[in-house]
Design a protein around this ligand. Structure first.
Ligand SMILES: CC(C)(COP(=O)(O)OP(=O)(O)OC[C@H]1O[C@@H](n2cnc3c(N)ncnc32)[C@H](O)[C@@H]1OP(=O)(O)O)[C@@H](O)C(=O)NCCC(=O)NCCSC(=O)CCS(=O)O
Length: 383
């Protein structure tokens, strides 16, 4: 039975969806998570299992093929997937970034063309914002989209793109007016089979080894109808998408941290030291108390951000607080869980060292902890 707490205010459909996702995560994702990591294999079968229960569209409203779940339920589902297999959760949430970009930035024609297929998993998406020389500051990007008679010529290199080579479509951000700063950035949809699109081999990463990330190089002609929204609207679309994405990263952190805490709780009850279980020692109890308190705080910040997201008002500050705190807390929680396991925690037969490795990127991608602090501070100063 899954003892992860649920937020208040979920309706029956939300609860049914979460229960189904938890069941699939426990029965199908979790048993394969160590193998996915060990073999660095892309979790295609896991995504397929999630697609079969509708998870690839849970960020979408009913109009575009989604179930119309609440933002709180979406977070709880992402948490459940991450608790089962963090690599799968990373590939899934990268797909959400791509479909959110079309939902939030595109017109109805593009939404109708892509979102229903993306919600069933018939097509998988990727979100290409980061470049080798433009990570934390996307306005420094070099990728360009030059107008042609039939559409645009997209040219440039994107870096660290989850799903990049396996996605059917890639949301690419590129400069359409180099003199206009962030207002000169536009978003485009590039299909995988487009001539001139070349993907690297997957990067060899420390963690999330099944959540493959690629360098993508573009020298592609694309039709005008593949522009997402108006020219110049790309930066705002990217930022709005990342507000959503940061709550999903926070939710992934909750799932992995909860798994680490659960493992530590199981261990301290069975591991005997000096004739008594580890759980009897005050030093261990205090570690557990700190882990649970940090996890609870991360959960409440994540729920707060999800609740603001549901209200349809700007929630950048709440999203950044949730991501910042959850990523840093989860890293500490997993590290403490490993410490409690002693040498066994360092051994790859147990999941603790994998949790520590998988969590490390959470303080970096979708805006580093430093970027989140910048966003929070700007809101404090400007409000
Ligand atoms: C740190 C930053 C937020 C700083 O951005 P800027 O200083 O360049 O821009 P601003 O002046 O703040 O804003 C310009 C403009 O945009 C509007 N804006 C900004 N944020 C939002 C928002 N959240 N929602 C709506 N509108 C927004 C703002 O109001 C301004 O509008 P006006 O000009 O006033 O009209 C930013 O650089 C940043 O977030 N950096 C981090 C980038 C990042 O997270 N990259 C990660 C890429 S994806 C990834 O890592 C994983 C992908 S995967 O797994 O493949």
């Amino acid at each position: 039975m899954n003892n992860t707490p649920l937020p208040a205010g979920l309706n029956e459909m939300d609860l049914a969806a979460i229960e189904t996702v938890r069941r699939v995560a426990e029965k199908i994702l979790a048993p394969e998570a160590a193998t996915v990591d060990e073999t660095s294999s892309f979790p295609a079968a896991q995504l397929h299992a999630l697609a079969e229960i509708g998870v690839l569209g849970i960020n979408l409203p009913e109009q575009w093929g989604g179930p119309g779940l609440s933002a709180l339920a979406l977070s709880a589902c992402v948490e459940a997937v991450a608790a089962g297999c963090a690599s799968t959760a990373s590939a899934l949430t990268a797909h959400f970034l791509a479909t959110d970009a079309i939902l939030l930035g595109g017109d109805d024609a593009l939404r109708a063309r892509i979102l229903p297929k993306a919600s069933t998993g018939e097509v998988l998406g990727a979100f290409a914002l980061t470049e080798p020389r433009a990570g934390s500051n996307p306005v420094d990007m070099r990728c360009t989209a030059r107008k042609t008679d039939s559409g645009y010529h997209v040219s440039g290199v994107k870096h660290f793109i989850s799903n990049g080579a396996v996605a059917d479509f890639i949301v690419v951000f590129a400069i359409t007016d180099a003199s206009a700063g962030h207002k000169g950035i536009s978003a485009f949809l590039v299909e995988q089979n487009t001539p001139g699109l070349i993907a690297s081999q997957p990067e060899r990463t420390m963690g999330l080894r099944g959540g493959h990330v690629f360098e993508l190089s573009f020298d592609c002609e694309i039709p005008a109808e593949n522009r997402i929204g108006q020219e110049g609207s790309g930066f705002r679309t990217a930022m709005k998408v990342l507000d959503n994405g940061r709550v999903e990263v926070a939710s992934m952190c909750l799932g992995i941290a909860q798994s680490a805490l659960d493992a530590a709780l199981g261990w301290v009850k069975q591991r005997m030291i000096g004739g008594q279980p580890l759980a009897g020692y005050q030093g261990i109890q205090w570690m557990l108390a700190d882990m649970a308190t940090q996890l609870r705080a991360a959960r409440l910040l994540t729920e707060d951000a999800a609740a603001k997201r549901a209200q349809g008002i700007r929630f950048s500050q709440e999203a950044s607080m949730a991501k910042l705190f959850a990523a840093e807390a989860a890293g500490r929680i997993a590290d403490t869980a490993l410490q409690i396991h002693g040498g066994y925690g360092f051994v790859r037969d147990l999941p603790l060292e994998r949790h520590v490795r998988d969590l490390r990127i959470m303080r970096i991608y979708e805006g580093s902890s430093e970027v989140q602090r910048t966003i929070i501070a700007r809101h404090l100063i400007n409000q």
